[in-house]
Design a protein around this ligand. Structure first.
Ligand code: PGA
Ligand code: MG
Length: 224
């Protein structure tokens, strides 16, 4: 039997050019154990991914700020405080780096994210003043409440599903996956992962992006 999976999106299910690898649509719907999509992206993105994969909406979004399973949703973190911090960031000349629609933050419930081109030093200064932290995923800077983590989100989903988080295999690529690796029983960092993820993973693989993830998933299949 294959194990349940906790899968990051960006850098893990994607290609080098940020697209969902089309093979995700073959492999994940056929996986014969629960899948939790655990991401820093805001809630609608992993829900939409599950929807279009045709798999249950078992989701950890916003780095643990939003948890959804079995039709229940719960929230952690303090978006109001993140907004106050971003007001201060803007007062000092900072810019989140998004366009007017800001689809990155528009539906975000528990934190706020800045473009990787934003002023990291200023963002970190403001975060500290407001008792928040900055997590760099390589895709965005997340201004978040300390202690809200993907790993706790996985534990919460596992609990709802009546599973042990330790039975999950986690695959990820960045700093925001460290807690996920800690909560899961086994963990893999893809070859494109940052040093935090590589340092925390049980196994670091050579394969990059979904090519690497696919190799892990194939290795988890029982021998014929
Ligand atoms: O939202 C991000 O910055 C990265 O998303 P991820 O956690 O799916 O890689
Ligand atoms: Mg990632």
């Amino acid at each position: 039997m294959v194990p349940p999976l906790a899968l990051d999106i960006d850098g893990t299910l994607t290609t080098r050019s940020d697209q969902i690898d089309p093979r995700v649509f073959e492999v994940l719907p056929a996986w014969e154990a629960p899948i939790v999509v655990a991401t820093g992206k805001s809630f609608p993105y992993p829900v939409a991914l599950c929807h279009f994969l045709g798999i249950p909406e078992q989701v950890v979004a916003e780095n643990g700020g939003v948890v959804c399973a079995d039709g229940q949703v719960s929230f952690q973190g303090d978006r109001d405080r993140a907004e106050q911090a971003i007001d201060a960031f803007r007062d000092r000349g900072g810019d989140l780096g998004w366009d007017a629609a800001d689809t990155t933050n528009r539906w975000r419930e528990s934190e706020l994210a800045a473009n990787v081109d934003a002023d990291e030093e200023l963002l970190r200064t403001v975060a500290e003043e407001f008792g928040l932290e900055v997590v760099d995923t390589g895709y965005a800077y997340h201004l978040k409440t300390p202690g809200v983590e993907k790993g706790d989100g996985l534990a919460a989903v596992a609990d709802i599903l009546g599973l042990d988080a330790g039975s999950f295999v986690a695959i990820g690529d960045s700093e925001n996956d460290v807690s996920l690796f800690g909560a899961a029983g086994d963990s893999y960092a893809v070859g494109n992962a940052d040093e935090h993820a590589k340092g925390a993973a049980e196994t670091v693989i050579d394969g990059e992006y979904f090519e690497g993830t696919l190799g892990v998933l194939e290795s988890l299949q029982p021998a014929e």
